[in-house]
Design a protein around this ligand. Sequence first.
Ligand SMILES: [Zn+2]
Length: 413
Amino acid sequence: MVIHDKVSIIPLGGLGEVGKNMTVIKVNQDLLIIDCGLMFPEDEMLGIDAVIPDITYLVENKNFIKGIVLTHGHEDHIGALPYILKELPLPVFGTPLTIALAQNKLKEQAIQSNATFHTLKPREIAKIGSFRVELIRLCHSIPDSTAVAIHTAAGTVFYTGDFKFDQTPVDGQLSDYYRLAQLGEKGVLALLSDSTGAERRGFTPSERAVYGKLEEIFRLSKGRIIITTFATSLYRIQQSFWVAAMYKRKIAIVSKSMRSVLEVAQQQGYLDVPAGLLVDPDQWHQWPNEQIVLLTTGHQGEPLSALTRGTLGDGRLSSYQRGDTVIISSSPHAGNQKLIGRTIDALARLGADVYHESASVHISGHASQEELKMMLNLIKPKYFIPIQGEYRMLVLHAKLAREVAVPEEIFLF
Ligand SMILES: [Zn+2]
């Protein structure tokens, strides 16, 4: 008689919403948590800094939790760790950069926790309690991003995390197509796949395409250049560093959170900082406008961010001026378009030249429809669960799965 494991999948966040990704995989009694993200507050959430998943279920079942596995170092996948590890001091697993960023989060918030941190190499099979866990390299917008495969007696559960299939990644680390195909050939019980880009047709262009656009803007700019992006958009920041060095400009990193992330990335060997490129964020006024680049967050137009404060003539950027070039290198979170629009209007009124998403200064880190189909065709799951997206994206992703006719059954939460 063959005794199979009983596998349950319990989503605690990231379904029907973008952010606070957290999924629990239950095999028999044991629980394994995948990702531990926060969500950025929407514009009606006044006075709220961050939204985290409801962990009542975890607290009630804490004796059965074996650990937390992280897919990559973005806020919406690791941002809730300080809150959760304070209550549940669990072992945390991930690739080296992801773990270093997770540890940095706890340090920044001065959280005391007995949680332990463990780095895993892609393809290495780790035993975490009764779970056999494997990370598989996938491309995204930050290095060291992975999918998670949980091998059980009932079959493999495959969780993609955020991904795209970039054929020319900035760091040369391709998605592990061979391992994906191998797992698919062996048979995967369930695929949980990123739906963020499910509304976009075709393939997502390579992150490298941003380089040419940045280069063109740098060539035309006569004054200061201000670039805003996520603190963890490491490939974008890396490309900005290279273009700035080519145009002999200095970079001041105005945002404290970005400085902290970049320090970790550099220490871990994931960021190439050309010698003499960075200058003290308090000293950038010493350089002429045409020799300086200011790098900051505030791409979402948050009222207190460096970018928006700059439009009010307040904060480190000081006021914008005619001749400034502002590159908003990210896509707005749902619900934030109005704030961003207001910031762009204010910048334009002050005489700045503004480039945003429509000027190709941002490329998504998420797979479009053809890549999502490719993932389904490679993994060939028995069951399919679209995750990480607003409900309409999950529905569309389910439709794509029906088109490729791979899964026996599709579950929409
Ligand atoms: Zn991500």
